[in-house]
Design a protein around this ligand. Structure first.
Ligand SMILES: C[S@@+](CC[C@H](N)C(=O)[O-])C[C@H]1O[C@@H](n2cnc3c(N)ncnc32)[C@H](O)[C@@H]1O
Length: 244
């Protein structure tokens, strides 16, 4: 359970979320470019790029962007589907970024690619690693779930079918660990595989001091990719922070 993210973001994740929101990724990238004021001279890191759906559109928008991820399967999928991007990605653990200090104008953490580790210290180390590769004044685009809303609306059990896959998802919020846990059970041809997801549901009040500790100040908050303000009822918690 502890290292669930090493198991789950593999070929089953791709099967359960085929082309996950690929179309949306273009409008999300348009919003990111606009809200960060990115130009062709900027150098950008997509911190956990997955199969590269945002990286692709960043390159289409002529933004020089590098992507990194821990998942070999997702990076392989990216290289097979978009061979031109394969020289722009590398495999790493986001706590230990293999870049020189102060080299990026912006870093993006998209679609809840945070909160996976066991302790606040490890999560803080991600924020510190991001800060160290960002130039002073560089921007961090942090797109996370809106914890309280997600917890309020948590569906304990749902079932869906994709092709010949039957997928059962069981969800709960653990008050003690403040984590949203999900068990994903995938049945195919009579065989069942199980995976876990467990995300520390940080609220804005919790994440703000961590960003401060990592030498960021918050410049803007949004509640979605349409540019609406953040509120308790927003779909997302999107923070634009600046390295100070
Ligand atoms: C929810 S997915 C989002 C992927 C991508 N940003 C997107 O929007 O499609 C989270 C991503 O974080 C990656 N990841 C998980 N743990 C990681 C780690 N320790 N270091 C780097 N990447 C990690 C996963 O492999 C996965 O691609």
């Amino acid at each position: 359970m502890q290292d669930w993210y090493k198991e789950w973001f593999g070929k089953e994740y791709l099967a359960v979320y085929p082309h996950r929101d690929t179309k949306l990724a273009k409008s999300e990238v348009d919003f990111i470019c606009k809200s960060l004021g990115l130009s062709e001279s900027d150098f950008v890191l997509d911190l956990a790029c997955g199969a590269g759906r945002h990286l692709y559109h960043l390159h289409q928008s002529k933004i020089k962007a590098v992507g990194g991820d821990l998942s070999e399967a997702l990076l392989l999928d990216l290289s097979e589907k978009t061979p031109d991007l394969s020289s722009w990605v590398l495999r790493y653990d986001m706590r230990f970024l293999p870049f020189k200090e102060n080299c990026f104008d912006a870093v993006l953490s998209l679609f809840t690619s945070f909160g996976y580790f066991q302790s606040d210290t490890e999560h803080l180390s991600v924020l510190k690693a991001v800060r160290s590769v960002l130039k002073r004044g560089g921007r961090f685009f942090f797109d996370f779930l809106n914890a309280n809303k997600t917890i309020r609306n948590l569906v304990a059990h749902s079932v869906k079918t994709i092709g010949d896959l039957k997928i059962d998802e069981f969800r709960n919020f653990d008050q003690n660990t403040k984590r949203i846990n999900k068990k994903i059970s995938i049945e195919q041809n009579g065989n069942t595989k199980e995976f876990n997801e467990s995300v520390r549901a940080y609220t804005l009040n919790e994440i703000e001091p961590m960003l401060k500790q990592a030498s960021f100040k918050i410049n803007h908050l949004f509640g979605d990719y349409l540019g609406n303000s953040y509120s308790e009822d927003s779909d997302r918690l999107i923070i634009i922070a600046e390295g100070i």
